[in-house]
Write a protein that binds this ligand. Sequence first.
Ligand SMILES: C[S@@+](CC[C@H](N)C(=O)[O-])C[C@H]1O[C@@H](n2cnc3c(N)ncnc32)[C@H](O)[C@@H]1O
Length: 274
Amino acid sequence: MKKTELEDIEIQLLLEGVYLYYGFDFRNYAPASLKRRIWNTIQEEELTSVSALQEKVLHDPECMERFLLNLSVNVTAMFRDPTFYLAFRHKVVPLLRTYPFIRIWCAGCSTGEEVYSMAILLQEEGLYHRCRIYATDMNEMVLRKAKVGIFPLQMMQEYTQQYINAGGKKSFSEYYTAAYESAIFSSSLKENVIFSQHNLAIDSSFNEFNVILCRNVLIYFNQLLQERVHNLLYESLGRFGILGLGRQESLKATPHEKHYEELEGNEKLYRRIR
Ligand SMILES: C[S@@+](CC[C@H](N)C(=O)[O-])C[C@H]1O[C@@H](n2cnc3c(N)ncnc32)[C@H](O)[C@@H]1O
């Protein structure tokens, strides 16, 4: 047996163990990036093999927390891909104005930058008071940060520019208070947000939404898991609901491609039509 085959078996055993013991299901994540992240953790934990990582992860919950952080790739930003938000303002907001109440699901929200960005946009468009945003992620640690809504002050220059490019209507600094090295975001932005844990790989639909954002999450999944999640998103979206995906994601090769129309194809904004 080749070394790589043995490594694949060890990885399979590690993921099976993590699933059985902790309930986190990484078995259908895209293999190349998964392998890289597993090896990063092996090095950080000063180990030499996948089996040694399995042993440590299963016996040491703190090691599991670090492993989870490494596997879940929490990179995010406020007004990430500003033109997405610009398209949302121009194409989606007019549709949302016709609804008396708007339910939004931000799936895989990481530390919440996307959620605060959306709350700011909706406030500026006079819609926020009619909205409820469900912000979910599988990782409790990042959700805790999201709930607090405090981000590094050093990021504000970049975020201000992104906010302007996203069609922001005010001065970005109106939304936070600077304290030492932190930007503390206005608590009014989270008034209508519910943060909770939800795992797209194992959990089911929990409501019907007018808008679902699931951006930069599916890229980490293999085809099988992408299909599962697309089924879940489709089931969770009301008729004429809006789906927003990440820049490198699309509906191509999903069972639901024909159920949506492109609202703004370049920005991966779709509308469910049947
Ligand atoms: C790269 S971040 C994207 C954050 C944000 N949506 C954005 O576009 O900036 C990916 C997020 O997906 C979450 N994630 C990964 N697998 C998940 C799963 N099975 N269920 C729910 N969230 C998951 C990770 O914890 C991480 O916070």
